[in-house]
Write a new protein. Structure first.
Length: 103
């Protein structure tokens, strides 16, 4: 897992053809706005999160965010523990996101 600053995350994501964005917030938080292209997997729903995580392609690069960076850090560690080695945590989460969002 790597903690990336907003700038690092955006730059790396922009140049990555193998990228998947994962939003680990709740349904209600997701509906308030999300980063374009993100798929939502709520980490608070532990069993479903793990089940869906195990279906992810371990060859892809996962850019993970939450509200402030805490839950997404946990999510990256979980992804690492099931064999997904390229998981990138967005430090500061969507609260500090300067890029585009969909509301």
């Amino acid at each position: 897992m790597a903690d990336l600053t907003q700038e690092q995350w955006q730059e790396q994501l922009k140049n990555d053809d193998n990228a998947v964005i994962i939003d680990v917030r709740t349904d209600a938080e997701f509906e308030e706005g999300y980063i374009p292209g993100a798929i939502q997997i709520d980490i608070f729903n532990g069993a479903e999160f793990l089940q869906r995580a195990k279906q992810l392609d371990p060859q892809k690069n996962y850019y993970v965010y939450c509200r402030s960076g805490g839950r997404s850090g946990q999510a990256c560690m979980l992804l690492n523990s099931i064999g997904i080695h390229n998981a990138y945590n967005l430090k500061g989460g969507i609260m500090e996101w300067q890029g585009e969002t969909i509301e």
